[in-house]
Design a protein around this ligand. Sequence first.
Ligand SMILES: [Ca+2]
Length: 202
Amino acid sequence: MKKLGYFPLSLIVLFLVGCSQSPKEVLLDSFEGELNKETVDFGSAEGSSVQVFADRDKKVCGDQSLKIEYNLKPTGYMWVSRGYNLDVKGAAKWQVHPKDVEWSKYNSVSVQMYGSNSNGVIALDLKDKGGEIWRFLIDDDFSGWKEIICPIIEFFPRSDWQPDIAEKNEILDFPLMSFQFEPRIFGVNEFYFDCFKLVNLK
Ligand SMILES: [Ca+2]
């Protein structure tokens, strides 16, 4: 009889382990290692320019952050992307592969941004499973590091441009495959980003 008593207990333990909660957040990209044209997908319209660097002085997660230096003309555009299915295959450097993320457990994206208090905006885009691009606008109204939390529900499909091959269904299809930053502040400027995470805001 005594031995039988252990059986339900072990079942309870198994049940508790099986129901253990997902991590509160998932660090997708800390921008560690080499950051260059082999590991970051970036570029600009003709006449504008953008460069990327690893910055070891300004950082929040790990040893370095992603520094973006650019010169944006009023008619120009740029992008700085990391993730999967991009033209630059080496930009697939997330710390977790998209297919291994429990996307339904998280409702927001979080990124550390080093602001320049320009009162302009930086677009943060997510590219979904079908290649459709979803946008969130970050106000650059602060100086120094700040955690920007972007509820996924507040991203909207870009109406100004989508890739030709995108499945433009206006449904955010998981898994997300890449993200990109596009400062919309003209002239010469620089920004730093670090700690690109998935989080769950209550
Ligand atoms: Ca980092």
